[in-house]
Write a protein that binds this ligand. Structure first.
Ligand SMILES: O=C(O)CCC(=O)C(=O)O
Length: 244
């Protein structure tokens, strides 16, 4: 199964490995948490909706302002989708590939994101953007800060599905040492408040085959990016976003 072919072999079935994963909370920083296994009960409801979103807005490899094609396939749903091209990074209400609005954010996506934010201590989270990242073995995301959002009061909620990953969670400066945090299918990372602008990234994904998703890792990153359809903010500051 590949980034352009999401259809899992057996939607709705958890692998034994997943079911054995204990649900607990790992503290990464004052206002950052890993909710281990949090999304496992949601997966069977999430995947069919994800498939529908990707039919309307398939994964594509976007180009950074530096001219590099990202190794991660991207799509989005919600009012705003994060995009990059040679002219900059921005949120856009329109999918640049189809010139149509991004697919609506499925209700179950929003519910999961809100439940995870609540569990991590952030009430009132109302995401208007869900970036969908697809990693194949070898794909990575360089250390970056999420700085294209209108304000930084809302947290980031980031769900891992499929192949495992090593998430890098650094400090406020790029040069700060990063924690290496293994993330498994169903884990959700939430960071906000004093941790909102911490650098983060993903190490190259190792070869493997996940029982539901095959040879890929899917990440859903929920953000409160702006307010209203007209909002489009361009950020040209090189080095703030992934440049792989
Ligand atoms: O894939 C991940 O776990 C992180 C994704 C991410 O950092 C981003 O989309 O900004």
């Amino acid at each position: 199964m590949h980034c352009d072919d999401l259809r899992p072999a057996s939607l709705g079935l958890f692998s034994e490995e997943d079911l054995q994963q204990p649900a607990h909370i790992q503290v990464l920083g004052p206002q950052s948490r890993v909710l281990r296994g949090f999304a496992l009960p949601w997966v069977e409801h999430l995947l069919p909706q994800l498939e529908r979103v990707l039919e309307q807005a398939p994964f594509r490899h976007m180009v950074t302002p530096g001219g590099f094609s990202m190794s991660v396939g991207l799509s989005s749903c919600g009012q705003l989708g994060w995009t990059t091209d040679p002219s900059g990074y921005r949120y856009s209400p329109v999918d640049p590939q189809s010139s149509r609005p991004w697919p609506a954010m499925p209700k179950v996506f929003r519910q999961l994101a809100q439940a995870a934010a609540d569990a991590a201590g952030f009430t009132g989270f109302s995401p208007d953007s869900c970036l969908i990242n697809c990693y194949r073995p070898g794909s990575k995301m360089s250390l970056h800060q999420d700085k294209n959002e209108r304000d930084y009061r809302a947290p980031i909620v980031s769900l891992s599905l499929g192949l495992p990953a090593i998430f890098l969670f650094g400090g406020q400066q790029r040069s700060d040492k990063s924690q290496r945090v293994p993330l498994l299918h169903g884990d959700v990372v939430v960071w906000g408040g004093v941790d909102r602008l911490r650098f983060h990234g993903v190490m190259p994904i190792k070869e493997g085959t996940h029982a539901l998703l095959g040879q890929q890792r899917i990440n859903l990153t929920f953000r409160q990016a702006g307010a209203g359809q007209e909002f489009e903010r361009k950020t040209r500051s090189a080095g703030q976003r992934p440049n792989d």
